[in-house]
Design a protein around this ligand. Structure first.
Ligand code: BGC
Length: 448
């Protein structure tokens, strides 16, 4: 149920790809306004992610998720029936705030309620929900637009695309009433019996006893202040979290999610082929997320990430050549290879690790810092791609391949970072991970 937050996250961010053309015609948008209408929700995401930590540490994870559901619902109705463009943008930003809030609270809640040995798989369900949401939006857009005339789509099509989100948003809100609060958040508030009952429901009484003792022990050693994050042990954790979030975005994934059809058109595909290939992108994204679900707790996070990043880098460089030499089929193959590599590694590993590497008491706020960085870089990448892609000098000099060279080079940096700094967290309880940071810093100090 908590993973449904991911579904709305996926739907809300990708739906605009199909609606933007009709919005452009309806509101007579200039290129600047097109860019702003397409990416204004991401500004809401940045704000939502920044606030969600403080809110979820204060009122609890469950109530924060309910808040996100309300924001989704209000946004779905508001963007379907706006009075003017300003109102549309305001409601889009409100939905974006919901995405920002859900993007950190859903995985965090799942990590906090799951037994260690299946935690990776459980949080990966969140990524699965994101990619289902993205694919659903591609299909919904397709089914709404195709049976109707261009004129109908310009007047009404985009309204239905945004409005359709009200259904999963309402369902999310209703279902949330059936989930318990996070046991770790409750224990932190001193309500140990309640925490015990919830843990027992998740993994049995024996599991609950051991887990609660461990939670209590770690909480006793925590300060609870955000400054704790900047102490030697956790400084490393926050650096790893922020860099992981940044690399997950600056290696280009959302360029393919938000601008897929435009990329294909640029190397000579027709509109229909471009739209169909976007559905392939969504499907491969979904299929390879299942591969990650299967492997994340067995092979581990680090190996998945290393292999996936190498695949992404190879495909990005190969894409650069395919673009330069105008080879649409090869381009499609490498784009799909890149999506498969991301979906089987970087996508799920990022959300899983962000949800598990921070100390209990400040997890909400720490995750906020990391997700804030993630959405900020997402916004920068989405805003700059058309500028790079349409800049005449860059296009002539690099034969349309400039953005892919950039993302490929950043991927190399991500590989170095992953090999050097990513710890293996598979099978460890959240409390063991917390102790690991402190001991690893002590070891680094002693050896230097
Ligand atoms: C990323 C999103 C991206 C999605 C693609 C997620 O892990 O955070 O930005 O759109 O994966 O599947």
């Amino acid at each position: 149920m908590a993973a449904l937050g991911g579904l709305l996250f996926g739907y809300d961010t990708a739906v605009v790809s199909g609606a933007i053309g009709f919005l452009k015609a309806f509101y007579n948008l200039s290129p600047f306004w097109q860019g702003w209408v397409a990416s204004c929700a991401l500004v809401g995401c940045i704000f939502g992610a920044a606030c969600a930590g403080i809110v979820s540490d204060a009122i609890g994870r469950k109530k924060t998720l309910v808040l996100a559901a309300i924001l989704f619902l209000v946004s779905a109705i508001g963007t379907a029936l706006p009075k003017n463009l300003t109102m549309f943008i305001i409601f889009r930003v409100i939905g974006g705030i919901g995405v920002g809030v859900a993007s950190m609270t859903s995985p965090m809640y799942i990590a906090e309620i799951s037994p260690a040995k299946i935690r990776g798989r459980m949080v990966t369900f969140c990524q699965l929900a994101i990619v289902i949401g993205i694919l659903a939006s591609f299909f919904v857009n397709y089914f709404i637009a195709t049976p109707h005339s261009q004129e109908w789509n310009i007047n009404f099509g985009w309204r239905w695309m945004f409005g359709a989100e009200a259904v999963p948003a309402a369902l999310f809100m209703i279902l949330l009433f059936f989930v318990p609060e996070s046991p770790r958040w409750i224990a932190k508030r001193g309500r140990h019996e309640k925490a015990f009952a919830i843990l027992a429901r998740a993994g049995g009484e024996e599991f609950a006893r051991a887990e609660l003792a461990d939670i209590e022990d770690t909480i006793a050693h925590e300060e609870g202040s955000i400054l704790q994050l900047f102490r030697p042990g956790f400084r490393l954790a926050i650096m790893v979290g922020v860099l992981l979030a940044v690399f997950s975005q600056c290696t280009g994934i959302n360029v393919f999610m938000y601008y897929g059809p435009e990329i294909f058109k640029k190397i000579g595909m027709g509109t229909n082929a471009a739209l169909l290939n976007t559905v392939f992108i969504g499907s491969i994204n979904l299929i390879f997320t299942f591969v990650a679900i299967k492997l994340i707790d067995k092979a581990g996070r680090k190996i998945l990430l290393n292999v996936g990043l190498i695949g992404m880098a190879i495909c990005l460089f190969a894409m650069s050549f395919a673009t330069m030499y105008q080879k649409p089929i090869l381009m499609l193959i490498f784009v799909l290879g890149y999506i498969a590599s991301f979906a089987g590694s970087m996508g799920p590993v990022t959300w899983t690790m962000l949800a598990e590497i921070f100390p209990n008491r400040v997890r909400g706020r720490a995750m906020s810092i990391a997700t804030f960085s993630l959405w900020t870089v997402n916004y920068i990448v989405s805003q700059t791609f058309p500028m790079m892609n349409e800049n005449r000098v860059l296009v002539e000099k690099f034969h349309n391949a400039f953005p892919f060279w950039i993302y490929g080079s950043l991927c190399i940096l991500a590989i170095v970072f992953s090999f050097k700094y990513i710890p293996e967290t598979k099978g460890k309880t959240l409390e063991e991970i917390e102790r690991f940071w402190i001991s690893s810093t002590t070891k680094r100090r002693n050896s230097s």
